[in-house]
Design a protein around this ligand. Structure first.
Ligand SMILES: [Zn+2]
Length: 466
């Protein structure tokens, strides 16, 4: 098993390293298969791989499902060494008190509890704060030796570390700031019920699932088109503090197979252009090259139109129409209905100018946006309108909120796409809208990275099929 895997991954490994060196200069990369998922994962066809630095020192390591029992004596010897230290980790919760927090970490120490209750740093940064990574070190009698909480409040490449430590005289606390380190993960999943359910099963963070939906938002309407059996692979960064994952980073490449059709994406930054981009009115000058997601053939995935006027989220993905839709297809209905809770933000699918914003018959509160080439989009039944007539809007800009005004029997967005007054299938328009290719100057670099992305995505798929 191990030989086979090592062999299979050998060419990939060198490619990964070449690629990683482009991104994180000086870092090697090693492929480490984690036993994160165990047997259940195979049934779910989901797997995660971590790529950590320092290939020279760490060989390819595999944790297999079945473990041969070791002889008793070495185990006892090993236990002896670690006898005086118990390590536990957990995550802080919003309703944590000093006592519940220590109890969850299996620490039984009234002095420590008393310290946590009166320590200002603990009050400000830990108690009542949700989602902080905790690691505790306790003595064999479960008294606290050290408690560390880690979290990354800002997107500035750093994390905070609150250290509470027992010294000879009692407990002391200190707050530190340290840099996050990036590691790369590969994951793959098959959709059974929803995108988020599949992400949960594969240990993929929400932030990554949402990025995937955004990356392919020109091609796939994640609210309406996902099917059971759709699958995806993703390569993404995880930002870690002291080895603990604290933040999901950027998706580097992804493949999504929707209804049997595969879509691929890779993040790419064009090398800093010698000729700066022309200044567009009202926008800041770009200091770095243009960056974004491209197909592996080098077409930008940013289109003139988004496939869906609603951003994908856990809330919108789980919200079903509780009323009977009168007409279901855009042909008969002249539009597309999106069920979503009242108040869900509605975004303009493209750049344009607000042509109408107000109340209009069965539409209730409605916004019409005129785009180039006599294209008009319509957003109806809104609970709130956030734009005025004549206002310029950009793609993705919030223009109002989902509601049930006009002829609507429940909260939903009625969305139309018209060209010269004639109704069109919005999704077909989005898919066919123009996109920009990578510049000729950046082509060679792009082609090299795309080859690596192909290998990574293939590796991710292989993991999913194991
Ligand atoms: Zn409708």
């Amino acid at each position: 098993m191990k030989t086979r895997l090592t062999h299979t991954f050998a060419p990939l490994l060198s490619a990964l390293r070449a690629w990683a060196e482009q991104r994180h200069r000086g870092l090697g990369v090693v492929l480490v298969l984690l036993s994160l998922l165990g047997g259940a994962a195979y049934a779910l066809a989901a797997a995660v791989v971590t790529l950590a630095p320092d290939v020279a020192r760490l060989p390819v390591r595999e944790v297999t499902e079945s473990v041969n029992p070791l002889p008793l004596q070495p185990q006892l010897a090993a236990l002896e060494i670690h006898r005086y230290r118990l390590y536990r980790s957990d995550t802080s919760r919003a309703n944590d008190t000093a006592d519940t927090l220590l109890r969850r970490l299996n620490v039984d120490d009234p002095q420590a509890a008393a310290f946590l209750r009166r320590d200002p740093l603990t009050h400000r940064h830990l108690l009542g704060r949700t989602g902080r990574q905790l690691s505790a070190e306790a003595s064999e009698s479960n008294t606290l030796l050290k408690l560390v909480a880690r979290w990354s409040p800002d997107d500035d490449g750093s994390f905070q570390r609150l250290v509470i430590e027992q010294s000879g005289t009692g407990f002391q606390s200190r707050l530190e700031k340290a840099p996050l380190t990036a590691s790369i993960r590969i994951a793959a999943a098959v959709i059974d019920s929803s995108l988020f359910a599949s992400a949960d099963e594969a240990n993929i963070p929400d932030a990554v699932a949402i990025q995937i939906a955004e990356i392919f938002s020109g091609d796939i309407d994640f609210h309406r088109e996902l099917r059971k059996g759709d699958r995806y692979s993703v390569v993404y960064e995880v930002l870690e503090g002291d080895g603990e994952p604290l933040r999901a980073g950027r998706v580097l490449s992804a493949e999504f197979v929707n209804g049997g059709k595969a879509y691929q994406a890779m993040w790419f930054r064009e090398p800093t252009a010698a000729q700066p981009e022309p200044l567009e009115e009202g926008r800041p000058t770009r200091t770095q090259g243009r960056s974004g997601y491209y197909t592996l053939e080098g077409q930008s995935l940013k289109r003139a139109y988004l496939a869906s006027p609603l951003a994908f989220s856990r809330v919108t993905s789980g919200f079903k129409m509780r009323f009977h839709p009168i007409l279901q297809t855009w042909r008969a209905h002249l539009g597309v209905d999106y069920a979503a809770p009242t108040g869900t933000p509605v975004r303009s699918v493209g750049d344009g100018v607000v042509e109408f914003a107000g109340v209009q018959g069965g539409f209730g509160n409605v916004v019409f946006i005129r785009h180039r080439n006599n294209h008009v989009t319509v957003y109806a039944h809104l609970s709130r309108i956030g734009v005025r007539r004549g206002q310029r809007v950009e793609q993705g800009q919030n223009i109002g909120a989902v509601g049930a005004t006009g002829w609507a029997t429940g909260p939903h967005l009625h969305y139309e796409f018209r060209i010269n007054g004639r109704h069109q299938n919005p999704l077909a328009i989005a898919r066919n809208s123009e996109s920009v290719p990578v510049s000729p100057a950046a082509r060679p670099a792009f082609t090299r990275l795309a080859a690596v992305a192909r290998q990574q995505l293939a590796a991710a798929q292989m993991l999913a099929l194991r």
